[in-house]
Ligand binder design. Structure first.
Ligand SMILES: *Cc1c(COP(=O)(O)O)cnc(C)c1O
Length: 356
């Protein structure tokens, strides 16, 4: 007879994260860059992998990569910590600044991982929902964050799935109003206008952490590498909770090449930004659609028609996007990643036929 003790009570009722991984000809569902790393980078990556010692443990802190990232951003090594994707760093932050007596202040609709991590770590989540146009209720966030019971505030900029940027004046006021860790998740910042990043505030605020990932603009979603820029105090606490070998030697080698060749990615980023503009204009011309402004590599689109049905009909035509219509705050919405010009043309043609 099968016998198994109940797992941790925090898992009761938890649904596993399901990104609805489906094969499709045109995959515009996960905010990846839909084309490969540049050929010359790929060559150097392959050479670097060939030199990796598979029999040896990797440098647990990935110091060579850490130094390259630190130099890139004009900070010192002790202000950088790498993770197995940004997602692992988000979990480590929940362990270190969550738990009993340390609420998470969340600003939905936003990335679902923050609230999921809070739940798994026994952290209360306090929601300050965005307004109907998805702008942040800045005064309400600042007021709530300053009451003393918040361990961490997460501001995603550009926000996923809504695409909007947070204002730097707001982030600075928030940093001043609270001793909570303020995480600014900049997973999509490379697609935003210059000057939008909170990075210049790092030098002045010990409670600021900025999350970056190689998964989106740097086209490494398959290799798993993210990093946090933060004060040495924050990095020090994270090194207590992180898994020592979570950042493997192969991913370290790949990411190091990408940092060294980072300028080679600018052309691809510029293409995505130009296509975002073209796609948004093409969508706005279709009947029954609102496309929200976006500083990221995706567009959130609201349909007057049943969005789940639009999703299904797109999928039947080989185009996979992400359905957010089941969430009250994004009812009627699909999120569409910006692809290559050909992929975007296919999406537009499919939507024209569906909405006609
Ligand atoms: C994609 C994403 C991340 C991190 O992704 P990884 O692949 O784990 O690096 C973090 N935050 C947001 C908002 C994202 O969309």
């Amino acid at each position: 007879m099968a016998k198994l003790r109940a797992s941790n009570s925090l898992l009761r009722g938890v649904e596993p994260y399901d990104p609805k991984y489906l094969p499709a000809q045109v995959g515009l569902n996960a905010n990846e860059t839909t084309f490969d790393v540049p050929a010359e980078v790929r060559r150097d990556v392959e050479e670097a992998i060939a030199r990796v010692a598979f029999n040896r443990y990797p440098d647990p802190m990935a110091n060579e990569l850490r130094d390259a990232i630190a130099q890139w951003h004009g900070v010192t090594r002790d202000c950088v910590v790498c993770g197995n994707g940004g997602d692992e760093l988000l979990f480590n932050l929940a362990l270190a600044w969550g738990g009993e007596g340390n609420a998470l202040l969340n600003v939905p609709p936003t990335f679902s991982v923050y609230a999921a991590n809070a739940r798994l770590t026994g952290t209360q989540t306090i929601d300050i929902p965005r307004r109907a146009d998805f702008s942040i209720d800045e005064e309400a966030v600042i007021e709530r964050a300053s009451r003393g019971d918040v361990g961490m505030v997460v501001i995603t900029s550009p926000n996923n799935p809504t695409g909007d940027l947070a204002s730097l004046a707001f982030i600075e006021r928030l940093l001043q109003a609270t001793d909570a860790l303020v995480l600014v998740d900049e997973a999509y910042m490379e697609f935003a206008p210059q000057g939008s990043s909170a990075a210049p505030l790092l030098a002045s605020y010990d409670n600021l952490a900025i999350l970056h990932t190689f998964s989106k603009a740097y086209r490494l979603a398959g290799a798993r590498m993210g990093y946090l820029l933060a004060s040495p105090a924050i990095v020090g606490e994270l090194t207590k909770v992180r898994q020592p070998y979570s950042v493997d030697a192969v991913s370290q080698a790949i990411a190091l090449q990408v940092v060294r060749h980072r300028d080679a990615f600018n052309e691809g980023i510029a293409l995505v930004v130009a296509e975002r503009q073209r796609l948004s204009e093409a969508l706005a011309a279709l009947p029954g659609i609102t496309a929200y402004p976006s500083a990221a590599n995706f567009l959130l689109v609201r349909f007057e028609q049943d969005a789940a049905e639009v999703w299904q009909r797109l999928y039947e035509q080989g185009v996979l996007v992400r359905d957010f219509s089941g969430n009250l705050l994004t009812s009627g919405c699909l999120r569409i990643s910006v692809g290559t010009p050909e992929e975007n043309d296919r999406l537009i043609a499919a939507l024209q036929s569906i909405l006609a």
